[in-house]
Design a binder for this molecule. Structure first.
Ligand code: ME8
Length: 519
């Protein structure tokens, strides 16, 4: 099927501020979104996967100043670090967008002009408590004065400064009813439902107009017709999702194909921007709304918030060096319920490597393939008649695609893996109870034939599980499929049973156990 015949799927991550090095929370967002993108590609979709960096705004400008480097150079340098990390994590993005890209500039101007044409933008003076870290204004009631006299945002605990300026405002207050109506009609728009409930209550409490330009600094997209102002960084940042699809050329093939986005993947601290501001901007601009925003949780180091001062910020690349890429990808997606907060620790990662990957998956493949090599001249044995146990296990494996797909459709990545590992658990029990090594030892023609059937059934399950686990551990699953002599690796190939007689390569260990280095 050519790309144009396949159904489309457009998925995005948040675009990170390049004001520091990427951390494990960023890596988690990219890896999980990558699994969704890979799943859809293998399932026959024409996927567009967008990620990148959010280069404008005061936060990046201040970091550049502190580093003594011009903003553009600073942002570009740090964006490169993010892009390199994405590649090292095998993130299969189709575009790495930077908000300094020229097509993005054009898209930001275009959405502004559309919102202005709708009568939703006006100029007013504004005074309020501004948090640079949050890039947001707070009312006096939303702030607290600490004992030492500093004032902070009560909610986010970041310092705020009194700021007065003439700003452009967006008539967000006009969108309260429209948003509530939209949430009502599209209960699937915000997931998980706890996030949806939070947003619905927030909007019900009333919306104030939103300041959407700044004059106190200049690192941003100039407001069309009034270049003394730059756009509020979130106007420009959210618009990246449109730029990626080809906006402002709404007649382009890519826009027609990929907009509206199927799902925006974001972390829980930026839900309001994506579920309130973004849909309101789009309604105002007369552009269709994305189909869904899925909010993942935060990652903590042994349950503690990562912070530079505590010194527990983990460099994702260090984890990859220590445990291997597939182990890190697998751990993050298996251990943490997607949508909830999670924690990582050395012990937890090693536990997953040794039990789930080395024992239940790798060791099963290794034991089975070694017997095929030794007893069947490295050719896939021809199965005899299937027993009830054989059929039950084969049916279970053949039903996996549908089950896993249903979980991925709801972004329940951990449950997708759970189905696969329950089946591997069942297969390990089957393998032990059938004891093919005893059949081999007996050596009678019937027992050897039965051994061949048991090995065939086990390999068939391994083939299906390996095809379906590729989105999470593309490297290792690919290796096991190599060892099983398989070239058909798309989900459509699940239905074509393992062919007896094909010759297999020399078996090798794909998942070694993690052994603690000697002190
Ligand atoms: O928010 N665990 O950028 P950002 C999991 N530029 N996810 C985490 C995390 C953690 N500990 N810390 C951060 C921005 N994240 C904006 C986005 S989108 C139009 C603009 C997530 O670099 C966070 O929730 O602060 C967000 O989804 C992403 O990392 C980038 O965060």
């Amino acid at each position: 099927m050519s790309a144009s015949d396949r159904p489309s799927f457009y998925v995005t991550t948040a675009i990170a501020y390049p004001n520091g090095a990427p951390h494990i929370g960023h890596a988690y967002e990219y890896i999980s979104t990558d699994a969704l993108a890979r799943f859809k590609r293998l399932d026959g979709f024409d996927v567009f996967f967008l990620t990148g960096t959010d280069e404008h705004g005061q936060k990046v400008q201040q970091a550049a100043k502190a580093a003594g480097v011009p903003e553009a150079e600073y942002a570009a340098g740090n964006s490169d670090v993010f892009e390199r990390m994405d590649k090292a994590l095998e993130i299969s993005f189709d575009r790495f967008i930077r908000t300094t890209d020229s097509d993005h500039h054009a898209a930001s101007v275009a959405i502004w002009e559309r919102m202005a044409a709708s009568g939703d933008i006006y100029l007013d003076t504004y005074a309020g408590w501004y948090s640079v870290r949050d890039e947001a204004f707070y009312t006096p009631e939303e702030t607290t004065v600490l004992e030492d006299g500093t004032r902070i945002s009560t909610d986010t605990k970041t310092p705020v400064e009194w700021t007065e300026e003439s700003n452009y405002f967006f008539r967000l207050s006009n969108y309260q009813d429209k948003l509530l109506e939209f949430f009502e009609r599209h209960p699937e728009f915000i997931a998980p439902s706890t996030r949806r409930n939070e947003i619905v209550s927030y909007v019900k409490a009333g919306l104030k107009d939103l300041s959407i330009s700044r004059t106190t600094f200049d690192w941003g997209v100039p407001v069309p017709g009034d270049p003394a102002h730059v756009m509020y960084v979130w106007v420009d940042a959210l618009t990246n999702y449109l730029t990626g699809a080809g906006f402002p050329d709404t007649n382009s093939e890519s826009f027609q194909k990929f907009w509206p986005a199927d799902v925006h993947i974001i972390g829980k601290d930026i839900t309001r921007f994506h579920c309130v501001y973004w849909p309101a901007f789009l309604m105002s601009a007369g552009i269709e709304l994305p189909k869904r925003v899925f909010v993942h949780g935060f990652l903590y180091n042994k349950g503690e918030k990562m912070s530079k001062s505590v010194g527990n910020v983990v460099d994702p690349m260090e984890l990859v060096d220590t445990y291997g890429l597939d182990a890190v990808r697998f751990f993050l997606l298996r251990e943490i319920s997607y949508g909830q907060d999670g924690s990582y620790s050395h012990e937890a990662i090693v536990g997953r490597i040794n039990s789930d990957l080395a024992n239940e998956y790798g060791n099963l493949a290794q034991r089975c393939l070694k017997m095929v090599a030794r007893d069947f001249g490295s050719a896939v044995p021809t199965p005899g008649e299937f027993t009830e146990e054989d059929t039950a296990l084969l049916d279970r494996a053949r039903g996996l695609l549908e089950k896993v797909r249903a979980e991925y459709d709801q972004q329940q990545l951990h449950l997708g893996l759970e189905h696969l590992w329950l089946t591997l658990g069942e297969t390990n029990r089957y393998f032990s109870s059938q004891a093919p090594w005893t059949l081999a030892k007996s050596g009678t023609p019937e027992d050897v034939a039965r051994e061949g059937t048991v090995l065939y059934v086990t390999m068939e399950v391994l083939r299906i599980v390996s095809i379906l686990v590729q989105p999470v551990i593309p490297g290792a699953a690919g290796k096991i499929l190599d060892l099983l002599g398989q070239t058909g690796r798309e989900f459509a190939d699940v239905a074509t049973a393992l062919e007896p007689g094909i010759t297999l390569p020399e078996p090798e260990v794909v998942f070694p156990k993690y052994v603690e280095p000697k002190a």
